[in-house]
Design a protein around this ligand. Structure first.
Ligand SMILES: C[S@@+](CC[C@H](N)C(=O)[O-])C[C@H]1O[C@@H](n2cnc3c(N)ncnc32)[C@H](O)[C@@H]1O
Length: 285
């Protein structure tokens, strides 16, 4: 059981114009990678795409699938910045699907479909997936001890989509420590229940267990500080547009997103949450 289409729409279908106001111009909704102190959010998002491009051992001729492709930010990077000739994406959000079609990216094909039932016509040379796995296991399933089995099933499906020797640039939000105060626990629960219903951030050790026996971990980097900076910048931009957001989408939308992003900033600062990027190689011997 993944986040249902209805639950995904709660998270991503408020309005494309709303997200455009406080994300970067290409609408990356995942941690950026700050390589220099002077990096803007826009530059840091391109840095993130470059890391995953390298992890996936991409080149312009490889066919790649972006699993959980959002509003098409990484597909845009692959096609326009790197000249990749054939890129595919899958998202569960209709609003994101419409946005990607409107971008008219050369060589891009996208499906509004559940990856868990997605049947590729041809095997891919590479995979990229940026913070989609966080939608796959519900809190109830984790309580039943099913998290690793659910993530392993995802990695098995990913392996079935690629040719032998393929690489996978993978990124996920992580849950680390439990906060100490009831108020902080309530804020995290609010974020999970109201902003991202149906999902749960995995633990790093669950992912490390679940890639077996399908993928070898070649490289692994945690990005906690980078996600703190990213969410801090999203919050700053959200607040810059407070009046417009309250006037257009209502007070509750502003209040909820302000609470959620403030919680994220504290979550990364206090090690409640983190983020990981992995270079995975398909095991096919
Ligand atoms: C946090 S967003 C990340 C979007 C994008 N990768 C980015 O970097 O901005 C998670 C994405 O996963 C997609 N998603 C969640 N569950 C999915 C599923 N079962 N099948 C396909 N896409 C899914 C959502 O629609 C959304 O596009």
């Amino acid at each position: 059981m993944t986040s249902t289409k209805q639950e995904v729409q709660v998270s991503y279908d408020v309005s494309n114009e709303f997200f455009r106001l406080w994300l970067d111009e290409r609408m990356h909704y995942t941690s950026a990678v700050y390589e220099r102190d002077t990096d803007t959010l826009e530059q840091a998002q391109l840095n993130k795409c470059a890391v995953l491009y390298d992890y996936a051992e991409m080149n312009a001729d490889k066919r790649v699938l972006d699993i959980g492709c959002g509003w098409g930010s990484n597909l845009e990077y692959l096609t326009l910045q790197r000249g990749v000739k054939e890129v595919h994406g899958v998202t569960l959000s209709s609003a994101q699907f419409e946005e990607i079609k409107a971008r008219k990216l050369p060589g891009a094909t996208v499906w509004c479909e559940d990856f868990l039932t997605f049947e590729p016509k041809e095997k891919y040379d590479a995979l990229i997936s940026i913070e989609m796995i966080d939608h796959l296991c519900s809190p109830a399933q984790a309580n039943e001890g099913r998290a690793i089995e659910i993530y392993r099933n995802y990695f098995k499906r990913c392996a079935a989509c690629v040719k032998p020797g393929s690489y996978f640039g993978f990124q996920a939000i992580l849950r680390n420590r439990v906060p100490r105060t009831r108020a902080d626990i309530a804020d995290l629960k609010f974020t999970a229940d109201v902003i991202f219903p149906g999902g749960l951030n995995p633990r790093l050790e669950e992912l490390v267990a679940a890639v077996n026996p399908y993928w070898e971990i070649c490289e692994l980097k945690t990005r906690r500080v980078h996600y703190g900076k990213t969410t801090g910048e999203w919050l700053r931009r959200l607040r810059l547009h407070e009046k417009q957001i309250r006037d257009t989408w209502g007070d509750q939308v502003f209040v909820d997103y302000d609470r959620y992003l403030s919680t994220c900033v504290r979550a990364f600062a206090n090690h409640w949450s983190s983020d990981v990027q992995m270079k995975l190689r398909h095991i096919d011997v």
